[in-house]
Write a protein of this length. Structure first.
Length: 197
């Protein structure tokens, strides 16, 4: 987890080293919310759970931006039915949780609706680490081991936000984390709180 925090800080420090020109802005955002299972096909009876994220963004005068992002979420599913879908037999507990961690870079464009209201769209590339229950073959309900999986992810997101006080913004962010070619899921939504430097 320390590495996940180190890279965004390094990224932000790099841009602070660039000489500021007119209208350049740096933004720090926190985004609590909920997230769905990452794979709607495998995670049977999947239920959304809490998620929290943080982003560090550089916004240039033409309203294009790049950002580094970290987030953590948790969702639940019926692992027995999920195994049935894969190998034809029910296996494991009826309810299980998955912790998932994301680290990704994004690029996007902000559109100014009014002087204090903005809408943005962005996409990017990164990876996620998924931590889910690994079943003990001698005890289908065994919970003593964890299973880890990691892969690339392509987030697609949109956000609308309003300046409520100079430099302070609140908004709503939603989007999906795609894993190319074989999974679709990771829909998330939640409010955002941002501060611009």
């Amino acid at each position: 987890m320390r590495k996940l925090v180190f890279f965004p800080i390094l990224f932000l420090s790099f841009f602070f080293g660039i000489k500021k020109s007119h209208a350049q802005e740096y933004e720090i955002s926190v985004s609590p919310g909920i997230i769905s299972p990452l794979d709607f096909w495998y995670y049977k009876e999947g239920k959304a759970g809490p998620q929290v994220g943080m982003s560090f963004t550089y916004l240039n005068p033409k309203k294009f931006f790049i950002s580094s992002n970290i987030s953590k979420g948790r969702f639940s599913y019926n692992s027995s039915l999920s195994e049935l879908a894969v190998n034809g037999q029910e296996f494991g507990p009826n309810s299980s949780q998955v912790d998932v961690y994301f680290f990704y870079f994004g690029v996007g464009k902000t559109f100014e609706i009014t002087e204090s209201l903005e809408w943005s769209v962005n996409s990017g590339f990164g990876f996620y680490l998924e931590n889910r229950l690994a079943f003990n073959t001698t005890d289908p309900n065994g919970r003593e081991r964890k299973g880890f999986m990691r892969d690339a992810t392509f987030p697609i997101q949109t956000e609308i936000k309003k300046e409520i006080y100079p430099k302070f913004w609140v908004g709503l962010k939603t989007g999906v984390f795609l894993t190319p070619f074989y999974t679709f899921g990771g829909f998330h939504i939640g409010p955002t709180i941002s501060f611009r430097l």
